[in-house]
Design a protein around this ligand. Structure first.
Ligand code: NAD
Length: 277
């Protein structure tokens, strides 16, 4: 497909643009993932807590696309952190997905109050060593959490999936990641479709290129080097969000995007998010 790949720090190739399924019920996820794969997406981002690993797995099985051409990510939920519980949770995820391996397994949140992410990550290292995940990484880790992981464990996470969009550009995290060979993956890349897509600067840049605001924002991510996983259940938008390789933002556009950063979080601050602890 036309989607470029990012080479992760262990040599694995990951499509720079994939499909996210947060807040999509299982049956609907099966339909949306089927549509996404048919449209040309090859990377799918789910999580145990999304409760749609089964539907996602059904769509993958029915797609007819060879397994080695797909990149499947799932995540360990907070309440399953700890070495043994991670092993059990990973088995359950594989079972629901109907797969013998995932491409990427992520710790969903650090959950500082639980203080179990290093033990959890040791289980991830075992899963990785056994080839049941082609790569392992984290999500929602602040640099301080990553620092501790780098100090106390062996395998450098391939990426950190964090909230990132033009209104929350995450310069500090991105710099830390780059310094350590960790890729940056953006969740809620479209700002959850609220507000961001109506910001006049974004609308104007989109109009200038004859594209939609969502396409302009995705282009910004790609040109910034982020991995993106936009979500939609609307077939036309699933296609629209993949059709972002026929134009390029120029230096003026990128400068205008840079000015939109206002540190605006839509989700919780990972330092304080202890749900499931
Ligand atoms: P998003 O930024 O991808 O926005 C999705 C919403 O934007 C849709 O529900 C729709 O309302 C709107 N939208 C989508 N395409 C559009 C288009 N072309 N035009 C206009 N509106 C459009 O938000 P998201 O779902 O929060 O994030 C994407 C993915 O990131 C999730 O599905 C999930 O896989 C992942 N995620 C991970 C975490 C985490 O903690 N690791 C948290 C949130 C999301």
């Amino acid at each position: 497909s036309q989607v470029p790949s990012i080479t992760l720090n262990n040599g694995l190739e990951m499509p720079q643009l994939g499909f996210g399924v947060w807040q999509v019920p299982d049956d609907e996820a099966a339909k949306a993932v089927a549509k996404a794969i048919e449209s040309g997406y090859r990377s799918i981002d789910t999580a145990a807590i999304y409760k749609n690993e089964k539907g996602t797995g059904r769509a993958i099985a029915a797609s007819g696309v060879p397994r080695d051409e797909l990149f499947v990510t799932t995540k360990l939920w907070n309440s399953d952190q700890g070495y043994d519980s991670t092993m059990r949770a990973f088995d359950a995820s594989l079972d629901k997905l109907g797969l013998d391996h995932v491409d990427l397994y992520l710790i969903h949140w650090p959950v500082p109050a639980k203080d179990a992410y290093t033990d959890t990550y040791r289980a991830f290292e075992k899963i990785y060593a056994d080839g049941r995940a082609k790569a392992i990484g984290v999500s929602n880790f602040h640099p301080e959490h990553l620092k501790r992981l780098l100090d106390e464990t062996s395998v450098v996470p391939v990426l950190n999936q964090i909230e990132l969009h033009p209104q929350l550009q995450q310069a500090e995290a991105r710099a830390f990641h780059a310094e350590h060979g960790i890729a940056t993956e953006a969740w809620s890349p479209l700002g959850q479709g609220k507000g961001l897509l109506e910001v006049p600067t974004v609308v104007a840049i989109a109009q200038k290129h004859g594209r939609t605001p969502a396409q302009a924002v995705l282009r910004w991510h790609l040109q910034t080097g982020n991995i993106v996983i936009p979500k939609s259940v609307t077939p036309s938008r699933i296609e629209e969000n993949l059709d972002v390789f026929g134009f390029e933002l120029d230096a003026d556009d990128l400068a205008a995007f840079a000015a939109l950063d206002e540190g605006k979080r839509l989700g919780p601050d990972p330092a304080e998010f202890n749900l499931g602890a």
